[in-house]
Design a binder for this molecule. Structure first.
Ligand code: ADP
Ligand code: NI
Length: 216
């Protein structure tokens, strides 16, 4: 099968899997990450086919959708095997999907391949800036989290279990993840794009607290 056809079939598969999602993982998130990953790779190189496939599939096996991560990964492996991708490419794509997620402030990233670093950067760029703010509040609403609680302190989680099970406020999520992402970008291209988006989130928080205190 032509690579173009594989990509088209993958788009259809992803659209079907993520249809109706309201937690910030809808098709348009995937679409933005896919485009951003392509843009980053223009400067940083990497195998474009693996980058595109991993970007398209990166959220299909998310721990928020499946009880068990391996179950989600197996769905992707089966899909790729049906498309007759060779084992090397399947392994490279699965390795990226497995390691893409943020797992807590104190948990180190394990992404080793250049392709994976590009996809992770693209995914993280979509978690910050104006779109990041919007997605974060959408996520908080969907999971019934408080928007803000002045007495609740943010936590820098040391384990994925802690991070996963903590129902903190949405404003705390900025300190627990979003404001940390700029420093955790891998590529120079993404670091550069992250600057402005990071700055925008700081402005947003300043305005938010100003309004909360009735001084703005
Ligand atoms: P990753 O792409 O690293 O796997 P997630 O899937 O956890 O990230 O997050 C996707 C989106 O949901 C991001 O915009 C993220 O900030 C937001 N999100 C994740 N956890 C929370 C939370 N506890 N509160 C608010 N937003 C969250
Ligand atoms: Ni994502």
């Amino acid at each position: 099968m032509e690579r173009k056809e594989v990509i088209e079939k993958t788009i259809l598969f992803v659209k079907e899997k993520l249809a109706g999602d309201s937690s910030g993982h809808d098709w348009w998130h995937i679409f933005r990450v896919w485009n951003m990953a392509k843009k980053i790779s223009e400067n940083e190189n990497g195998d474009l086919f693996v980058i595109e496939m991993a970007a398209l599939l990166h959220d299909v096996a998310d721990w928020k959708f499946y009880e068990n991560e391996d179950e989600g990964l197996q769905v992707i492996i089966n899909f790729l095997a049906d498309l007759e991708l060779d084992k090397t490419n399947i392994d490279r794509i699965i390795d990226i999907v497995r390691n893409v997620s943020f797992k807590g402030a104190g948990v180190n990233d394990k992404m080793v391949s250049l392709e994976g670093k590009i996809v992770q950067d693209a995914d993280r760029l979509d978690a910050i800036g104006a779109i990041g703010v919007a997605r974060t509040f959408a996520f908080g609403g969907k999971y019934g989290n408080e928007m803000y609680h002045p007495e609740k302190k943010a936590k820098l989680h040391e384990s994925f279990e802690d991070y996963k099970n903590d129902k903190g406020s949405t404003i705390n999520h900025f300190y627990e993840k979003l404001l940390l992402l700029k420093e955790r970008m891998h590529t120079k291209t993404a670091k550069h794009i992250a600057e402005e988006r990071h700055c925008y989130m700081e402005m947003f928080l300043e305005q938010f607290y100003g309004e909360w205190e009735n001084i703005r």
